[in-house]
Ligand binder design. Structure first.
Ligand SMILES: Cc1ncc(COP(=O)(O)O)c(C=O)c1O
Length: 400
């Protein structure tokens, strides 16, 4: 269907994604045909319960978990809150120390700050110039009273993929619960909770072409988490509230569609991502490519511009009909949250000069060429000169 956004080029998939047609159809059916309350014994309730349990199986199989280890939530924020508060509450007698990284999403950082005010001790692991935490530093930070490690699978801003398997092994050997926020990775990178040694894993629907307001938390069978939402005792008492069958159906449908194509989509996205990166770095002056060349989300590009703020570039590209992002959408349109770029070697004063381009499988080479042309026009330059990757050479170029 044509609308006034039909010709808009959407390159902000890290913020959210459009809902796939097949997913929207399944959500519509769940709303209009299978609308029974899954707790009721009549035929409509039974049908909803069947859909609920089939969906749970689909999500569980996608991450190599068992169905009873999946709890449906309202999204990534709730899953992260539940993992952190739920673990802290269940294990506080064992210890009050938690390890996390500098670059977690606010839905992890803010619960941890609240726990800090309540007497918990939090260690924030630094990142290297690629935005990646060092598992050895995590190992060294473990204390007898450490109860939880919470490290994201991949970062929402510069896409850094963290060494989750190594961290999982460290946590397992030390007998510490390991939570992983996989909101940006789910359905973009294969995830196997067993081989990663993850105990709690966060998933969100709206980053994977499913609706907003649906998510899940994987909770390993052997782990206790204290419930954070109380009421009718749904989800085996772990998360009360009438189940969101339309959202759950949508998440399961998008998982069914995306799971078989993860490797193919990732490969195509990497090619498009690197094409844009190479074109910008070779044709524009004063641009840094932030993050690792390979250890990053297949569709993630993050640049810092010497001469433009991220906000300016986002507005200008919007005028050209292209949506990208400056900083994290998770801070309600602000460009705060990019401070960690300092740790990655971006100069003080330039952390607001970054944009994230996050590609989806619908983006094409023509759209990439248009983006490149628009950036060239906006930046007003077409010269091949001091262009660098973020490899520690920034002082050479960015001294002004
Ligand atoms: C890494 C990460 N964690 C958590 C969230 C929050 O997820 P939701 O929007 O589903 O609450 C986001 C959303 O941007 C995210 O990128």
């Amino acid at each position: 269907m044509m609308n006034r956004f039909s010709h808009y080029i959407y390159m902000d998939h890290g913020a959210t994604t459009p809902v796939l047609k097949e997913v929207a159809d399944s959500v519509y059916d769940a709303m209009t045909l299978y609308y029974g309350n899954a707790s009721e014994p009549h035929i409509l309730g039974t049908e909803s319960r069947r859909i609920l349990e089939n969906s749970r199986r689909t999500i569980a199989e996608a991450i190599n978990a068992s169905p009873e280890e999946i709890v449906f939530t309202s999204g990534g924020t709730e899953s992260n809150n539940m993992a952190i508060f739920g673990t802290a509450e269940a294990y506080f007698r064992k210890g009050n120390h938690i390890i996390t990284s500098e670059i977690e999403h606010p839905a992890v950082h803010i619960p941890l700050r609240i726990l800090e005010n309540e007497g918990f001790k939090i260690t924030y692991m630094p990142i290297d110039k690629y935005g990646i935490v060092d598992p050895d530093e995590i190992r060294k930070s473990i204390r007898p009273e450490t109860i939880l490690i919470s490290i994201m699978h991949s970062n929402n801003i510069m896409g850094a993929i963290q060494p989750i398997e190594e961290i999982g092994e460290i946590a397992r050997q030390a007998g510490i619960i390991f939570h992983c926020d996989a909101v940006q990775s789910y359905m973009n990178i294969p995830i196997d909770v067993k081989s990663l040694n993850v105990d709690l894993l966060t998933i969100s629907g709206h980053k994977v072409y499913a609706p907003k307001g649906i998510g899940a938390l994987y909770i390993r069978n052997s782990i206790k988490t204290a419930p954070q939402i109380f009421g009718g005792g749904q989800e085996k008492g772990r998360r009360s509230g009438t189940e969101n069958i339309p959202g759950i159906t949508g998440l399961a449908k998008s998982t069914e569609i995306l799971l078989p194509t993860i490797s193919k989509r990732a490969q195509e996205l990497r090619i498009l991502r690197d094409y844009i990166r190479d074109a910008i770095l070779s044709q524009l002056d004063g641009v840094i490519y932030n993050g690792h060349l390979e250890k990053r989300l297949p569709g993630n590009i993050n640049f810092t511009f010497r001469d433009f703020t991220g906000e300016t570039l986002v507005k200008k590209l919007d005028e050209y009909g292209i949506a990208v992002s400056a900083g994290s959408a998770c801070k309600s349109g602000s460009t705060e949250g990019n401070e960690f770029l300092l740790s990655m070697g971006v100069c003080q004063g330039l952390t607001r000069n970054s944009i994230r381009i996050s590609l989806g499988f619908e983006n094409t080479r023509e759209e990439a060429d248009y983006l490149i042309d628009c950036l060239k026009e906006i930046c007003g330059k077409d010269i091949k000169s001091s262009v660098i990757c973020n490899n520690g050479l920034k002082e050479k170029y960015f001294t002004f």
